[in-house]
Design a protein around this ligand. Sequence first.
Ligand SMILES: Cc1ncc(C[n+]2csc(CCOP(=O)(O)OP(=O)(O)O)c2C)c(N)n1
Ligand SMILES: CC(=O)[C@@H](O)[C@H](O)COP(=O)(O)O
Ligand SMILES: [Mg+2]
Length: 618
Amino acid sequence: MYKYLDKVNSPSDVKSMNTEEMDMLAKDIRKFLVRSVSQTGGHLASNLGIVELTLALHKVFDSPRDKIVWDVGHQSYVHKIVTGRKDDFVSLRQFNGLSGFPKENESPHDIFDTGHSSTSISVAQGIACARDIKNEDGSVIAVIGDGSITGGMALEALNHLGYTNTDMIVILNDNEMSIDKNVGGMSRHLSGIIRNSTANKVKDEVEKILNVAPGGKLISKTANKVKDSIISKFVPQDCAFFDSIGIKYYGPIDGHNTKELIDILNKAKNKKGPILLHVITKKGKGYRYAENEPHKYHGVSKFDIKEGVKSGSSKSISALVGEKLVSMAQEDNRVVAITAAMPSGTGLNIFENKYPNRYYDVGIAEQHATTFSAGLAKSGLKPYFAVYSSFLQRGYDQIIHDVCITKKPVTFLIDRAGIVGNDGETHHGMFDLSYLNSIPNMTVMAPKDSKELELMMDLSLDMDTPVAIRYPRGNSYYLNIGEYTPIKIGSYEVLSQGKDIVILAIGSMVNHAIKAKEMLLNDNINPTIVNARFLKPVDENILKEMFSKHKTVITIEDNVITGGFGSRINKFIIDNKLNLNIVNMGLPEQYVPHGSADEIYDSIGLSPIKIAQKIKNL
Ligand SMILES: Cc1ncc(C[n+]2csc(CCOP(=O)(O)OP(=O)(O)O)c2C)c(N)n1
Ligand SMILES: CC(=O)[C@@H](O)[C@H](O)COP(=O)(O)O
Ligand SMILES: [Mg+2]
């Protein structure tokens, strides 16, 4: 079906191809990617952009002896195809299927597990330094995007790398896009380099990289031809930033010109010290819709190839948050919104459209975003930092040191809490209740549905201390049960009275508890259900009342079972010397793999039916 792709089962198959064949292979791969991802969902646009670069890397380097370290890893599909996993793409990101990110246990070619951004240079430098200490050889290459290089970790690593002068290659894959438009001074600097690039500005550095062969000068006719063709594209520009910190910059390089890429990589392979190759690619290349709207094709669900991705009719919880924040900003001019490179994902693009001057995209910089929010709060504003649960892990010290010790009224809108689904273990928001639980001065809430989420946001506006509100990935939903009136700090809600057993559920697990109760009623088991809206403070009055009326207590949370909501309730029971049966239900203390959220909840015993079964078996 694919003339060239069908021949590829390992990197050596690419090595045996000439550049023309590799270009035909690139075409096949693009076709394959579009077809395959249209049926499974996945990260499309970044992979379409990185086809020639990945093929050139596998042509020139000898993976896995030479180590290719992918940043984020969402662009590793072509690498997976080349390294023998093409046939597994039918199961991409599905339960028990191929991961959408590099996984060490999937292939020896996947050098390091990843999913979060800006780690590749640190990892690669560690591997390269270890190689040197152990007197081993082999190249180490970090492949990082223009979005990811704005992240604090990447900048810290560059700072260190320039100092240690380690032999290593950083490939900066610059498509001038993060998920949304890339932002920041670094991005502006890189774009400036691209704009200023002209074929005539040949500088000494070009000569240097071309003269890498021991002893020297390019003398043969062919070599000179190669030189000319490279020089016309490979023009070092104003690269003061990288050069001044000790990393030799080369570029910009056409990331879709296979011959040029192979030539440059061959030269770079033998260079001493750290070098950075600035490779320019087009996100979404080869699929018209993705080229035109790369942000829409960064991560996609299944779609029709002819029609392209269509927006769903239901409103996401994130969009609802964006809209609510707009209405709060209308009422209160202290409200400002912050995102760390996730405007569309968090719904803050809606806020940006309405209030561009009260909106900040700080780049992939969750730590900075947290402390920046503390600074805004210090000056009397009401900052709302909307951030995915797993990415906020990056800002842990900043939450304590800069927000909570001095009680700055920053509100964290924690999106993607609980199981996110197909991104898998790096992205599930399964730790936030635990990591926030022990931080003094922080109020932590989780709504039963989207209407309650809005009420919690209203409450946060009136509070002058740190607040976190967590909610899941998905479409907004309304349970129409209980009260929808202004919420008081630390107030729980009894949703239905039963006997013997009380279920205390938090956040999206309230819905699971309600469904589980419907099933249990068929077996004459009638638990009381409490919507535990706050991780902290807890509602002591309701807890005492419930614990006096019931013998068995069940806590349910979509957070790791240790250290979160259940632990807090256990402590309350111990502190009050109560004699009760208590069962904690939550996510296992293990990294949870990818799949649909429903499949995962069922597999770990948190689907309504599994909850009901567990209660029946008590
Ligand atoms: C710590 C962290 N924050 C945010 C993200 C979400 N994220 C994934 S890819 C991406 C954009 C990366 O842009 P770039 O490195 O330029 O790669 P491209 O998608 O353009 O290929 C972002 C923000 C993440 N994975 N990790
Ligand atoms: C690779 C990455 O971190 C993001 O692209 C992430 O996959 C987005 O997740 P959502 O689809 O939940 O926005
Ligand atoms: Mg990019």
